[in-house]
Design a protein around this ligand. Structure first.
Ligand code: WT7
Length: 646
């Protein structure tokens, strides 16, 4: 039996959604999705309100997903213009820098002005509807300005996380065919500088990046950079004298809003494409109801805009709701381990949303750095990105929230656009470690490996049987890959790639990825990408990468490397290989463990048996299962003996 934390009646009394609301609305949302989602579209301002609500086929032979297809709207106008009358002087963004002495804020009116000016800047540089723009910026207000300016003129943004290397950036530029890149001279995180502009320069020397005509540079640190004329332009110079009027482009609900690259089990990262109307209905509605947002809340999501969480729950959801949002450009342990809670006190944050990996890292430092702050303003806590272990959940609840704040453990994915499985804080009794119940309109199911739906309490593979408005529409430039990745495994369903258990109360417990994706600190790393970065070194014959247990990161990266004949594994070579991964992908993909493998366990047809490698990396050598089908079972013995986690 797991712990249960019943809904706090005082919280429920003021909440948007209570228990009976949840039951009633959920039932309607799945029995009459057209009617339900038509009503929900009313939360946005449309140029032409939609009359066609849902038009979806999950048939792998003819797959399409359309929501609100005859409606037109502008996403930026919904995030800004419509608030001006009532909320013009309300704070939209509170910016908190890496340096605790740096903060500033923008009202809705100020943000609107900046966005209009930057939208005009983009237009003057020849950026038009449908063009792609890469955003490679720190967590500064200009990142939100850039995204919203693209949305205003109908350009498709693709934000690339500042921690990605020049090679990764180049891959995304090449795939998107972007015309323009916006970056900063440098980023700074935890007191360290990140050479963003230099990274852009390097990426633009790589093949297939010559679609880029302009690089706009925001001055962030004032560090020295090379400005290559006429390609590179300062943001502040371009913005001078721009008009603050810019008519928002009326976009079709199904026009693309952005692409965001994410790792899968095979190949290079794919451009997840989200569109305008359905995405914004879903992002804003989930944000309002799951965080129970009220007019006077100060909401802080610690995610970087380089990830989907930063898109839906730093920028689009909160701003569409007219909320006040904190944008933080720092890290939890700089200048010290109290930083999160100091920021909470400084800006009187009421709603706080972060990742389990951050909670575990802070938990290791003990209670004192938390307890010396007040945190009285907090009224709700949230987590996202990976399963939260009950121990971390309880610490978050007890130490951070003083047993006063409900915790929403929100399960979702880059592909889903918004949260799918989650508690509603005024309606759902909580169980530490469970993401609990589906949001409105979401129909999860658990299937066995043959795709057979399981009933009642069970475990297996998590699928969603029907569409919701925030769902991704395609893989940019490769619709077949979209179909193959998500709709072929269990025909008629969207396959999440996650395993899950459902308990006797219908609560979902996400158990983690069942494919070759590793979740490191809430970031998705494709094993194939790390393997290809390793074999790029000519001394490497073969590499296999699997996930392993990691106390802080949730999962770590464990690599098995076979060298070409004549090479031997040395500490020096290990460092060289690690540097190679850092260069090709970025620091987040660097293996935690690298084991020299004389050979890899393969079937007679040459397929690497990852199941065995996973068990060895998990230090469970007695649970390897049947190894008799291996071409050479003897390789296993030495891999087990030399394993790095014992
Ligand atoms: C994968 C998606 C969507 C936000 C950040 C990650 C894992 C996400 C939870 C949670 C257990 C979770 C899943 C999912 N995940 N949230 N609350 N409990 N697992 O986005 O990079 O697209 O990764 O993150 O494995 O498939 P992402």
């Amino acid at each position: 039996m797991s712990d249960i934390h019943p809904v706090d009646p005082a919280f429920a009394a003021r909440a948007h959604i209570r228990k009976d609301d949840y039951q009633r609305m959920y039932a309607r949302s799945v029995e009459d999705p057209e009617g339900f989602w038509k009503d929900m579209s009313g939360r946005l301002d449309w140029v032409t309100p939609p009359t066609k609500i849902k038009n979806v086929s999950y048939d792998p032979k003819d797959l399409y997903i359309k929501w609100y297809e005859d409606g037109t709207l502008n996403v930026a106008a919904n995030c800004l213009d419509r608030h001006l009358e009532k909320r013009g002087d309300k704070t939209a963004i509170i910016f908190e820098g890496d340096d605790p002495n740096e903060s500033r804020s923008l009202t809705y009116r100020e943000l609107h002005r900046e966005v209009c000016k930057f939208a005009n800047t983009l237009k003057n540089l020849g950026v038009a509807k449908g063009d792609r723009v890469i955003v490679y910026l720190p967590m500064i207000p200009e990142a939100a300005v850039a995204m919203l300016a693209c949305a205003r003129i109908g350009a498709i943004h693709s934000v690339v996380f500042g921690g990605f290397s020049p090679d990764s950036l180049a891959g995304r530029i090449a795939d998107s065919g972007a015309k323009l890149v916006i970056t900063a001279d440098e980023g700074c995180r935890g007191g360290k500088k990140i050479p963003l502009k230099a990274n852009v320069d390097e990426s633009l020397t790589r093949p297939h990046t010559n679609s880029v005509e302009t690089v706009i540079v925001v001055r962030r640190t004032g560090g020295a950079i090379n400005l290559q004329s006429p390609r590179d332009r300062w943001y502040h110079t371009l913005m001078e004298g721009q008009s603050t009027d810019c008519l928002p482009e009326a976009m079709n609900a199904e026009d693309p809003l952005f692409t965001l690259y994410t790792s899968g089990s095979t190949g290079l990262p794919k451009g997840v494409l989200h569109t305008s109307g359905g995405y914004l209905v879903y992002a804003s509605m989930t944000h309002e109801l799951i965080f129970d947002v009220r007019e006077d809340d100060v909401y802080w999501c610690t995610a970087d805009v380089g990830w989907i969480t930063g898109h839906s729950y730093v920028v689009y959801g909160p701003l569409a709701n007219g909320a006040t949002v904190v944008m933080f450009d720092g890290v939890p342990n700089y200048p010290d381990f109290s930083r999160f809670w100091q920021v909470v006190d400084k800006h009187q944050v009421t709603l706080f949303y972060t990742a389990p990996t951050a909670i575990r890292a802070l938990m290791r430092e003990g209670e004192e750095p938390v307890k010396k702050t007040s945190r009285k303003s907090l009224r709700l806590l949230g987590t996202v990105g990976e399963p939260i272990n009950p121990e971390a959940w309880n610490w978050y609840y007890r130490v951070v929230g003083d047993e006063r704040c409900p915790i929403v453990d929100t399960w979702w994915q880059t592909e889903t656009g918004g949260i799918l499985i989650t508690p509603l804080p005024g309606a759902t009794d909580l169980k530490p470690g469970s993401a609990t119940l589906p949001f409105f309109g979401i129909t999860p199911a658990i299937v066995d490996t043959d795709g057979k739906p399981q009933e009642g309490a069970c475990s297996g593979n998590l699928v969603i049987t029907d569409s919701w408005p925030g769902q991704m529409r395609t893989v940019y430039g490769d619709h077949q890959r979209f179909v193959d990745t998500y709709f072929k495994t269990y025909p008629g369903n969207y396959f999440t790639g996650d395993g899950a258990r459902r308990d006797e109360d219908g609560y979902y417990w996400i158990t983690g990825r069942v494919d070759d994706v590793i979740n490191v600190s809430g970031h998705r790393i494709g094993t194939a990408e790390v393997e290809s970065a390793l074999v790029a070194n000519h001394k490497v014959a073969e590499a296999a990468v699997v996930g392993c247990h990691h106390d802080i990161k949730g999962q770590g990266i464990y690599a098995y490397v076979t060298l070409v004949a004549g090479e031997t594994g040395s500490e020096e070579l290990r460092k060289e290989l690690i540097a190679g991964v850092r260069k090709e992908i970025g620091p987040i993909a660097v293996p935690d463990f690298l084991q020299w493998a004389p050979g890899l366990p393969k079937t007679r047809s040459g397929k690497i048996m990852r199941r065995i490698l996973r068990k060895i990396a998990e230090n469970q050598p007695d649970q390897l299962g049947d190894i008799s089908t291996l071409a050479d079972p003897s390789v296993v013995k030495s891999l087990v003996e030399e394993r790095l986690i014992k």
